[in-house]
Write a protein that binds this ligand. Sequence first.
Ligand code: NPW
Ligand code: K
Length: 520
Amino acid sequence: MKLFTAEQIYAADKSTIAKQQITSDALMERAAEQIFNWIHSRMQGAPVKIHLFCGIGNNGGDGVALARHLKEHGYNIAVYVVNYSKKRSKDFLINLERLKDRKVWPEFLEKGSKYPDIGRDDIIVDAIFGIGLNRTPDEWVKQLMEHLHVSEAFILSIDMPSGLFMDKVAEDSRGVVKSNYVLSFQVPKLVFFLPDTGIYVGQWEVLDIGLDPEYLMTTETDYELIGKQEVLPLYVPRQKFSHKGTYGHSLIIGGSYGKVGAAILASKAALVSGSGLVTAFVPKCGYVPFQTALPEAMVIADRNEAHLSNITFEIEPNVIGIGTGLGTEEETIRAFSDFLENNKTPIVIDADALNILSKNKALLEKLPKQAVLTPHPKELERLIGKWKDDFDKLKKVKSFSKKYDCVLVVKGAHTITVYDEKGYVNANGNPGMATAGSGDVLTGVITGLIAQGYEPLIASVFGVYLHGRAGDIAIENTGYQSLIASTIIDNMGRAYIDLFEIPEVPVPVEEKSNSSRSDE
Ligand SMILES: NC(=O)C1=CN([C@@H]2O[C@H](COP(=O)(O)OP(=O)(O)OC[C@H]3O[C@@H](n4cnc5c(N)ncnc54)[C@H](OP(=O)(O)O)[C@@H]3O)[C@@H](O)[C@H]2O)[C@@H](O)CC1
Ligand SMILES: [K+]
């Protein structure tokens, strides 16, 4: 799913109005109807108090139009207009008049107004600001937002949590609504997935308001959200008349005394992702544990007992995954540098190998084309330097990727794979995956995919997806706390099978045609 900018969404809006020959008010009505249907199908007329806080732009217009539908269906509503500006939009005003025609009189809130009482069990509809936010809300609006939070009532945001910018991080967190659920029009927004801004979004769901499909199809975006639909076309089926050589040979280089497990995890992950052959290159102390723990792998031992000292081998792997459990001994750093000097094989770089690169930036010039780097936040900081916020981080990551022609897999709750100018935001995964060895598994999976012939970028995007999906399937049995990296490996097979499985629970027809859920 593409992640559009605010400008692109406004352009889609315009194009829809022109091509479908409708008014902007009709488009707002579609939006309001969709939200109403969503609420109504869940609440079934329940007499819970619904407080609608509406701005004076089109987001507020959506809220006011929704209020009319709720009123017509007998819901218990209170409507407030948050008068933060005199510039009321045309469609807001049209809908305000319609609401008054239904004898609903909103309360107008301004600086100094007493804020309404809200019960814990009430519902708040947040329609104060949408994608049009372009400056920090006034202090009194921030105080209103705080008042909403203090109530502890459930907050349903229309399109965006109010106060969230589309392209930057808010300076003051008091000026952003912490939403329990966001109903976003047509497309989710990039800010839902970034660590600095995603914290304001509990759950989200997209409502289809019929924006011009041609515009949406043909417009290029800088970011894409990756789910099953996006990775299915990437999958390459196995051939009947094939053999293990067809699926490549991965070499996993890593491990040190006390950290051999990391290399075992990566090797096993390369195998379960489908690599035909896997060889591990480890210090001597890793030889026996490796052969015992993973009989499917071949092992080459360094001459040194406790850490790698000389990375040379006779085999010809078609991809190398390096860094897991490697350590940063002087001898190892030298061995790694010498290795890079001569290596032309595609490479996936993780953990200590990244730390060595950060300390010896000249080595970056030695990387083969489209090397895959898989840093967690601290490793990323060592590589690209400190960043101001998530947007600054992404800018720096993009320029790093361009400078060194590498794929960066920026690990996080929503891992973002960046190559050149484009970012691929992974939608799945869960907090249980923040566990020792989870990153080693990812390195192995990406390595194993490259071994099978997937291009480095595709292997990264697909690998991150499969890893996340395996983790999601795993927690069905383990829960978050008890998920360990080996269980992610154990569920890789199910992640593959799941690619072709139809969802178990049938989605009600009405919901299916209107929305796509965030937790799919
Ligand atoms: N996408 C679609 O196709 C559809 C979109 N729809 C809906 O429209 C929403 C976007 O509406 P919108 O453009 O009117 O902007 P919105 O967020 O309501 O803000 C209003 C105005 O406030 C102002 N302003 C900004 N910051 C401010 C601040 N801190 N303090 C005070 N004022 C501030 C700024 O105006 P300015 O004062 O800068 O001229 C801004 O224009 C979108 O999120 C969705 O809900 C649907 O109706 C159906 C179809
Ligand atoms: K909103």
